[in-house]
Ligand binder design. Structure first.
Ligand code: ZN
Length: 441
């Protein structure tokens, strides 16, 4: 069974092809071309769309969809202190409802590959990690779930209350268990597990070090939050006498198998170290602006040759999971600190695709070329928001689309005519509203 995808304009990541097409078989791109296309079993023909590589979400906390709108004016630490006690009440059912909503919204924004950094495992609540993986399978999203963790509670000088932290031996055992059960290293994998202690202020240096060793033993990637706020920098200087990036490097947490969320408060030397060590950065502009955390030095990082992807971050600090919107936000935020030439639309699209794929270690995703996985997003440019814009690809970054028209993951059409085919969007909304109300108490 072959699939042919045709678009008015095809952006492969490097080339822009008028009336381009992509031929797909068994989830893999066979050929990319223009003009008269080959015959195929299934055809998606959208002359009024721009097709781009499927977007890659490099940072998220999907359970947070059930706790949107809290601490609307708080700093990161104030926001976290408000939310920790609510998050302490989550279980597998709430996580499933929230993850289905977050994943649906991601798919509808053109995202085809997403990570999820899940770090809240209340005592005695089983099945949370399974619920995330089952939701991604159901909705048809390529998924890199992180087994996150928190171990440094308030009584030991950490930020989270003791009720939401876990024992470190239990964390490592559970992490090894989910790698064994769910990590699929094979070509075209739809599920790769990541090891991800939450942040320098919620786990101990020992857990960071042990987690890195565990990940490297199993050949899986490492992810955590670094340099998100000045409060975090102050915490690290006071407790460890080191800046966050310096601390992470000392703990073995740099390299091409590591990517950090945020990386906002970096000095020039740190920008250089991030680039040299091929450590990835997941830039989350909406969340950073929502929390007033600061502006990531995207232009400087890209100029230094760093791997930079985009993330929606958890929707408790974004209130949405529209990854195409993050392309727009990244473009504007970079210009706030470095002027209008800081970042162009095509570079922003590349961050959202190739950049994210590099962070997640997927050289088979993020571009449209023969041999790559068939992950494709298509956006209308004949609708009220976009009709007549001079440069269609730049237009989609300057005026972000509300939703994708068609989305293909691993050669399977999962969004068509702007509707999710793998689940009922209205059911998802009803279910997540119910669990949000329950969590709110
Ligand atoms: Zn985060």
């Amino acid at each position: 069974m072959t699939l042919l995808v045709r678009a008015g304009l095809l952006f492969t990541g490097t080339e822009e092809i008028e009336h381009g097409w992509v031929l797909v078989k068994h989830g893999v791109i066979l050929e990319v071309g223009s003009g008269q296309p080959p015959k195929a079993g299934e055809v998606v023909d959208e002359p009024n769309c721009v097709a781009v590589p499927g977007l890659v979400n490099a940072h998220d906390h999907m359970y947070q969809w059930a706790t949107r709108g809290y601490a609307p004016d708080g700093t990161l630490f104030e926001w976290l202190r408000t939310l920790y006690p609510i998050w302490a009440r989550i279980d597998a059912d709430t996580v499933r409802a929230a993850a289905r909503a977050a994943m649906a919204r991601l798919l509808l924004s053109g995202c085809t590959l997403s990570t999820d950094h899940h770090y809240v495992f209340p005592h005695g609540r089983t099945g949370i990690f399974d619920a995330l993986i089952e939701s991604a399978r159901e909705l048809g999203l390529r998924f890199h779930p992180c087994r996150g963790s928190m171990s440094l509670g308030e009584s030991k000088g950490g930020l989270p209350p003791d009720s939401v932290v876990e024992d470190e031996d239990a964390i490592l055992a559970s992490t090894e268990d989910v790698i064994r059960r769910f990590h699929d290293p094979s070509p075209g994998s739809m599920c790769k597990v990541v090891v991800a202690p939450c942040s320098p202020f919620s786990v101990t240096p020992e857990l960071m070090r042990d987690s890195a060793a565990l990940a490297r033993k199993h050949g899986v990637r490492l992810h955590t939050h670094v340099a998100e706020t000045l409060d975090e920098e102050k915490f690290c200087l006071q407790r460890f006498g080191k800046r966050p990036v310096e601390l992470m490097e000392d703990l073995g947490w740099t390299g091409d198998d590591v990517w950090f969320a945020h990386g906002i408060h970096l000095d020039d030397a740190e920008v250089g170290r991030i680039a040299e060590t091929k450590t990835g950065i997941a830039h989350c502009p909406s969340s950073n602006m929502r929390l007033g955390a600061g502006a990531c030095r995207v232009a400087d990082l890209l100029r230094a040759g760093a791997r930079v992807g985009l993330g929606v971050d958890g929707s408790a600090s974004n209130e949405d999971a529209n990854l195409a919107m993050e392309v727009h936000q990244s473009l504007l935020l970079a210009r706030v600190i470095r002027g209008p030439s800081a970042l162009d639309a095509r570079s922003a699209w590349r961050m959202a695709t190739q950049g994210g794929a590099q962070c997640l270690g997927r050289d088979d995703c993020g571009t449209l070329a023969a041999g790559k996985r068939a992950d494709i997003a298509m956006f209308r440019v004949d609708d009220l928001g976009h009709a007549g814009v001079a440069d269609a690809l730049a237009g989609l970054a300057l005026a972000p689309p509300a939703r994708a028209q068609t989305v293909v993951v691993e050669g399977r059409v999962v969004v068509r005519d702007g509707r999710l085919l793998t689940a009922d969007e209205d059911d998802i909304a009803r279910e997540v509203a119910a669990v949000s109300a329950r969590l709110a108490g």
